[in-house]
Design a protein around this ligand. Sequence first.
Ligand code: PEP
Length: 252
Amino acid sequence: MMRNIVAGNWKSNKSINESREWMNEMSELASELPSDVRVMVAPPTPYLAALAESKPSNVILASQNVSATNTGAYTGEYTAEMLVSCGVSFALIGHSERREYYGDSDSVVVEKISRCVEAGLGVVLCCGEQLEIRKAGTHEDMISAQLNYALNGITDVDPLNFVIAYEPIWAIGTGLTASAEQAGEMHTFIRKLLGEKFGSYRAGQISILYGGSCKPSNASELFANEDVDGGLIGGASLNTADFIKIIIAAGE
Ligand code: PEP
């Protein structure tokens, strides 16, 4: 099964016109893209329905967020079902910016995963440790706690619709990247955890992406690790030239 995925997270960037331009560029360059990499992008939410109608077929749409609640009196929220009805295939859950600025605690993460599973929306579950934790050497304990909490009660996942992103917080948007060795060690650790939970056959099918200042100059080295199946890309996903170089690196 193909594990390679490169996913872009635009965060709060780009106008709708700029988004359409990005999609057009991806469409024009489609023939250069490796066929063994799934390409995903998470544009700002207000554009999702429009982009679902005009995006090239080789790009999968993701939402940067999803509601923890269902249909009802929840002003400002959008449900997993709504996203599915707009042609969105995945939602990022537990991104460190959501955890830090918007109260997406571990228990909110659990709720959001449940809503996605119920609605048939794919999940990119993000985890990652702060710099203090990395310095203290307790990063594996923290990731294990984060993932065990998020996946508690889940007995199996559909590997086509469930992706993990390991994003050390100290590497996000900072220009600091985890070394290939640090990323590789953590990804192997995460696959072992998934194996304990879902069995090693299933764990071997799940894509584990690295995120944190991944760019064309470091992508190949990071992706060379057996357990690094691609990347969740912030800044370097905003322009198609850089993003495509990263996609090509994931297919090598
Ligand atoms: C992210 O926010 O998921 C991310 C990895 O950002 P950046 O690539 O800009 O560090």
